[in-house]
Design a protein. Structure first.
Lengths: 108, 887
């Protein structure tokens, strides 16, 4: 592992959702998906804050999307996961799996 | 209605203004999208509420602010700082004037804040301070007599008969005492005369007044049991040191009033300065039974104002409820005549520091109004210092027009300019605040006496003060900085570069006039007020009070046996520097003297209302002569008159309706059921201060009751050698009373101390009006210096065209004379109202005349004119060639 990955619980969750939504991830859609998949109600401002942090750390990138009427003619910022983000998620999952295996072994 | 019109506009514009454009768009987009969905599911109200909650949520997120391009980077801040300090250095004179005005204003405001803080902190540190009440006595048909004394049986009955009382404690403050430290064999080795701080208290005192938040600690002994036993005494640490040095005080013996031995059962730290319990020697209440006899405990009638009772009410109980209970108990034990006439009420305990009607053991109160007045003055000080800044900065801004224009052309936007100007203001204010803090510390140390302040209570650099300083810096920066910043940054760059502003009067001028008027109105109010307060003080000092007060020294007599006193009197009379000696029970006037009151009536008087209260004054035959109290009719008393013949004053003649003084002489009166004859009538004299009216006075010969000796010095003999005179008096006194400590007082000082508080106010007033005048003049000086500078050419041309120097001076001062005249017109009625109500609280006061307003007003005008001319005269006398050749 080149360096340790600093990813909070909510950060990881939102990063996963961004990966899941694939090119259609923005504030509101992420909030809705979070509620649907994880039954978590997170305030929209907190989601924005996390997205900015993820972008700063290089896990996601963003670009401005097209304007739509349902947003009162305003554009949305669309997020997509970077390869570094995907790689980090996989590393985290692998580490966890490894430990879970050990837990199962020691329990039996 | 479309969803766009339903969203709260204010929130949209808030986000739009605060967030950078791209961030605002996505945030608003998301908020709007959610709003539209909420609208369908939850309805308008709920959707709007969620919109607001969600939107406001962004304001608390760091990223919302982090990306703001307007938050300056460290580089920018350094640049602003550099620009600001450069521009300050470029205009040193103005900067100095600004700083000076602000320093004075801030320092004075800080001093006032320290005083306000000290005065409002009194006795706030007891755990249940808000539930403690003092039992006070309000009596008279019209409930017009306010006193504190409570008859001894009242608290005892309250304790026994009022179940809901949480706690109660009584105490008797007797102030001074003669205290001896005996050695093991019982012989007194050290003697002390304590003038203040001695009190008799119940053990419950320390459970009610725990001084918890003042951190009072006991050095030795147990606060709960120390005062349980008779003849116990608790000392403060400094008293214990005074009596026993470094030896352990606990268990030692003190002899009080020559007769009673007390055991030291506790030593505590000195009580804090901000308490109205200035106790140093505390004696157990249980000692009473042996001290004064138990008779007082059954006497519901007599009261002594130094015997006070404090109660703690249960949480949530209204004082009025408890007052009803006390009235019930009082009524059950006393005659209707007494309990209809005398009422025991409750005063919130902490009010004892603010309510002059009842007073406190410290002998000093400060009214809430005074504290408010001080706070208002502090605000005005800050205001007037800020006004200076605004005036100077706007006046100066025209000078800087070119700089502003260039900045704008080079791409500086308005926001940058505002920040730069605010930064300049901030730097000046910060520097001023720092110097102000130092100055205030200096002032506080030197003004402690004047301000009744014990600075030891607070430290200058404690968080409270620093918060205040920070708040003051912030307020002044915003108050003084924003207007000039907005004016200056609003300049049109093209006009500014063309220097068009130099000849155009910008909008700042009229505001400047208004500000100068405001400033000088405040100043004039204070100056006029000071003039009248000081006049009243002179009136107090100089007014004939009906007796002579010069070159009289007085001494208390510890022993009243007539033989001893006769010897003392004869020895003193034999001295060449003594012109008269008199023995009496009390002095004719003065703050520090015995007071005792009794009833007198006509011979046919039988019910309470037929009597009037008089002050009881045993004197000798030399008394009238020594104090030069004049007889209106009849004769002086002789030593043979004894108790049968009395002297009364004119007020008593009037109150008993005895006719003229001549008619009163020879009439019989009834005192204590005995008939006495009026031998003479003395002219009225003020036994109280001039703040009050004249009391009824009865004087008679009563040799067993003399407690003070007055000595009139022969001024020709005594002059210049006062210390020697005092030494010789001391020698005679000490040979008469070898076991006591000599102390004396000048009678005129004693009378003067009636007005100690007013004298302090007068001094404070003088200080304040001087401060305001100084700040105002600094501002004026700055303004006029600037204008003289700007108008140099104009003046030169006028001179070339034939204007004289006085023409030029009039040109410069005309406007200021007008402004100050306007402010005088505004100030006079306000000052009249304030001064009139202040004067009316005194029974004797000066009349208000128009010249008392005009004179100080004119003085302010003259001072202001001096400031204006001092600067403009330089312009007026300059050779016009100097100014004109520069083209």
């Amino acid at each position: 592992m080149p360096s340790r990955i600093y990813l909070g619980e909510l950060e990881e969750l939102i990063l996963l959702i961004v990966a899941l939504l694939n090119r259609d991830a923005y504030g509101v859609s992420i909030a809705e998906e979070l509620k649907k998949q994880a039954s978590r109600e997170i305030s929209i401002s907190a989601i924005h804050a996390v997205l900015h942090r993820l972008e700063e750390k290089g896990f996601v990138r963003s670009k401005m999307g097209g304007a739509s009427a349902e947003r009162g003619g305003r554009r949305k910022r669309l997020f997509s996961i970077t390869s570094y983000g995907r790689q980090s998620l996989e590393e985290l999952r692998d580490t966890r799996n490894l430990i879970w295996d050990l837990i199962v072994k020691s329990a039996s | 209605m479309s969803p766009e019109e339903l969203t709260p506009r204010w929130l949209d514009s808030l986000i739009e203004n605060l967030a950078p454009a791209e961030l605002a768009e996505e945030i608003q987009g998301d908020l709007f999208e959610m709003f539209v969905k909420d609208l369908e599911v939850r309805g308008v109200r709920s959707a709007r509420r969620r919109y607001v909650v969600n939107g406001l949520g962004f304001l608390f997120k760091r990223f919302f602010w982090k990306r703001l391009s307007t938050i300056p980077s460290p580089v920018m801040i350094r640049s602003y700082f550099k620009m600001a300090s450069r521009s300050l250095l470029a205009h040193k004179g103005t900067a100095l004037l600004n700083v000076l005005g602000l320093v004075v204003g801030i320092a004075a405001a800080l001093v006032i804040l320290a005083v306000v803080r000290f005065e409002t902190s009194f006795d706030a540190f007891h755990s249940n301070a808000d539930r403690i009440y003092r039992v006070v006595r309000v009596s008279g048909e019209d409930m017009s007599e306010f006193r504190t004394g409570v008859s001894f049986p009242v608290p005892i009955a309250m304790k026994a008969e009022i179940a809901s009382l949480e706690n109660i404690t009584s105490m008797e403050y007797f102030g001074g005492a003669f205290i001896e430290v005996p050695d093991r064999s019982g012989k007194s080795v050290n003697r002390f005369q304590e003038e203040t701080g001695c009190v008799i208290v119940e053990p419950s005192f320390f459970s009610i007044f725990d001084f918890r938040n003042a951190g009072l600690k006991w050095v030795s002994g147990n606060p709960h049991t120390a005062l349980k036993e008779p003849f116990s005494v608790v000392l403060t640490r400094s008293m214990a040191k005074k009596y026993f040095g470094d030896a352990e005080a606990l268990g030692q013996t003190l002899r009080i009033a020559r007769k009673f031995d007390f055991k030291v059962t506790g030593v505590m730290e000195d009580l804090p300065a901000n308490t109205d319990f200035p106790f140093k020697v505390m004696i157990s209440y249980a000692s009473y039974a042996s001290l004064g006899g138990t008779g007082r405990f059954e006497d519901w009638n007599s009261v002594d104002d130094s015997h006070c009772t404090y109660v703690v009410l249960p949480a949530g109980m209204k004082p009025a409820e408890m007052e009803k209970q006390i009235a019930r108990v009082h009524a059950a034990h006393t005659s209707e005549q007494l309990h209809k006439f005398r009422h025991y009420l409750l005063q919130p305990f902490r009010e004892q520091h603010f309510d002059a009607r009842f007073g406190n053991f410290n002998g000093r109160t400060i009214s809430h109004e005074t504290i408010w007045a001080l706070a208002i003055i502090a605000v005005f000080l800050i205001l007037t210092a800020s006004i200076n800044y605004v005036n100077l900065a706007t006046a100066q801004s025209t000078l800087r027009a070119r700089e502003i224009g260039l900045r704008k052309v080079m791409g500086g936007n308005r926001r940058n300019l505002v920040i730069q100007f605010m930064m300049e203001t901030f730097l000046i204010v910060l520097a001023a605040a720092f110097l102000g803090l130092l100055l205030s510390e200096l002032l506080l140390i030197n003004l402690q006496e004047l301000l009744n302040l014990r600075i030891s209570v607070f430290h200058m650099l404690d968080p409270y003060t620093l918060y205040r300083v920070a708040a003051i810096v912030f307020v002044i920066t915003v108050l003084a900085g924003s207007y000039p910043a907005l004016i200056v940054s609003g300049f049109n760059p093209v006009n500014a570069l063309k220097s068009k502003f130099t000849s155009v009067r910008s909008g700042g001028v009229s505001l400047r006039k208004v500000l100068v008027v405001v400033q000088f109105t405040i100043t004039q109010i204070l100056v006029v007020g000071t003039f009248i307060v000081v006049s009243q003080m002179h009136f107090f000092q100089d007014q004939d009070m009906g007796f002579n007060r010069d070159a009289i020294i007085t001494m208390r007599l510890p022993d009243r046996s007539p033989e001893l006193l006769k010897g003392l009197e004869d020895q003193l009379r034999a001295q060449s520097f003594v012109s008269q000696v008199s023995l009496s029970y009390t002095l004719p006037s003065g703050e520090n003297r015995n007071r005792s009151y009794r009833d007198i009536g006509k011979p046919d008087a039988n019910s309470m209302k037929d009597y009037v209260v008089y002050e009881y004054a045993p004197i000798d035959d030399a008394y009238l002569d020594l104090y030069q109290i004049r007889l209106a009719a009849g004769r002086n008393l002789t030593m043979q008159d004894s108790f049968r013949y009395i002297l009364i004053n004119e007020t008593l003649v009037k109150n008993l309706a005895l006719g003229t003084p001549e008619e009163a002489v020879g009439k019989e009166l009834k005192m204590d059921k005995e008939l006495v004859t009026v031998a003479g009538v003395v002219k009225d004299f003020y036994s109280n201060s001039l703040k009050e009216g004249v009391d009824n006075v009865v004087m008679y010969i009563h040799p067993r009751n003399y407690s003070v000796i007055s000595i009139k010095l022969n001024t020709r003999e005594a002059n210049g050698s006062l210390p020697e005179v005092v030494r010789r008096v001391e020698k005679i006194w000490s040979s008469t009373f070898p076991e006591y400590i000599f102390s004396y007082e000048f009678f005129d000082e004693n009378v003067k101390s009636f007005y100690a508080q007013e004298q302090k106010y007068a001094q404070l007033f003088q200080l304040f009006s001087f401060t305001f005048l100084a700040i105002g003049c600094l501002g004026l000086y700055g303004l006029i210096a600037f204008i003289v500078n700007r108008k140099g050419k104009e003046v030169a041309i006028r001179k070339v065209m034939g204007a004289t120097i006085s023409n030029i001076l009039v040109l410069f001062s005309r406007e200021y004379v007008q402004l100050i005249a306007v402010s005088f017109v505004l100030a006079a009625p306000i000052a009249y109202y304030a001064v009139d109500s202040w004067l009316n609280q005194f029974a004797n006061h000066i009349g208000l005349h128009w010249w008392m307003f005009i004179l100080p007003g004119a003085a302010v005008l003259v001072i202001a004119l001096l400031v204006v001319t001092s600067k403009s005269v330089t312009a007026a006398v300059t050779n016009p060639v100097e100014k004109l050749k520069h083209e």
